[in-house]
Design a protein around this ligand. Structure first.
Ligand code: NAG
Length: 312
């Protein structure tokens, strides 16, 4: 018995210790370049506002509305360019009590971003697969409440692509909106508006640890797949692969600090090649559409290293 138990202890030490160690540090630090543009892909027509990131197929651009083809800016909120912990960033201000972009007081910001001219031309020409990325820093001591929106990719058929959010019910097969969200305690998720098909519901529900298929609003996909810290820069990337018409071969993948945290396949984006990836829905606010989602205090977050590229 003694031999058996010390053998068990030995086996446990050898095999369990490395596993539990890996669980303690699930997110290995990587370079900013691979956090924004994960390796294993060939990038073309790309852009980044990150300084010091040079990669084949990626051109530097400045963090400005004109260089990034920013349109449809929500009025009454600001996205001032500031210097924050070593990065040039857009500042989001969330006043105490703010929730939902149309509420009072208004908080966060929102607009659509086409990316650099070259990128925009490539996606308008029908690019099937893209990578988007940015860094985000939540103010030290950030109070998350129930959650809020974070930027992500969007697209669809022409102007039908816009406002594919906020509980939209009509023409849902003509648009998609793939923002991220933070939830309670900084838990991350993909917040997906996709055509409301049973194939999409099935594919998205496989993305653990928790997926909530709320057809009135977006689907909360993979809640808790990663956790945002406050007081430091972190980087997210989102890969969108459009499906071919009448085929369920679309994909969405999310990386947090260079580590793949969500990877969904078998999605239906469209039944016509008129539906296109169009850019990023660069939006952030607390909510939610009711006051229990409101920011508990006056607080801020910053967004930098705005990036995108076509995957060839
Ligand atoms: C495409 O058409 C098929 C067959 O009519 C339908 O089942 C599917 O939901 C449609 N997909 C989208 C994205 O509209």
């Amino acid at each position: 018995m003694k031999t058996v138990s010390s053998l068990t202890a030995f086996v446990t030490l050898v095999f369990l210790v490395p596993i539990s160690f890996a669980n303690v540090t699930p997110f290995q630090p990587r370079s900013l370049k691979t956090n924004l543009f994960p390796s294993g892909y060939t990038y073309t027509s790309g852009f980044t506002t990150a300084s010091g990131v040079s990669a084949s197929g990626i051109s530097p651009v400045s963090l400005s509305d004109s260089d990034l083809n920013v349109i449809k800016v929500t009025s009454g909120v600001t996205h001032n360019v500031v210097s924050q912990n070593g990065k040039t960033a857009w500042e989001a201000v969330y006043p105490k009590g703010s929730y939902n972009p149309s509420g009072t007081p208004k908080g966060g910001f929102g607009f659509y971003l086409g990316g650099s001219d070259k990128f925009q031309t490539a996606v308008q020409g029908g690019a099937k697969q893209v990578m988007f990325g940015y860094s985000v820093m939540f103010q030290n001591g950030f109070q998350w409440n129930m959650g809020g929106k974070l930027p992500g990719g969007f697209g669809g058929i022409g102007d039908s692509a816009f406002a594919c959010s906020g509980g939209r019910q009509t023409d849902r097969e003509e648009c998609f909106d793939l923002r991220l969200m933070w939830r309670s305690n900084g838990e991350g998720e993909l917040y997906a508006y996709l055509p409301l098909t049973s194939t999409n519901a099935k594919a998205l529900s496989t993305a653990g640890p928790e997926t909530v298929l709320n057809s009135d609003y977006g689907y909360s996909v993979g809640r808790g797949s990663w956790t945002f810290p406050a007081g430091q820069w972190v980087t997210v990337a989102e890969r969108i692969k459009m499906s071919d018409p009448y085929q369920a071969n679309g994909e969405i993948q999310v990386w947090f600090n260079g580590n793949s945290v969500i990877n969904v396949k078998g999605l239906e984006f469209r039944n016509t090649t008129e539906s296109l990836i169009q850019g990023m829905h660069f939006q952030t606010f607390f909510g939610g559409s009711t006051s229990d989602w409101a920011s508990p205090i006056n607080q801020k977050a910053w967004f930098a290293d705005v990036s995108g590229a076509v995957i060839s």
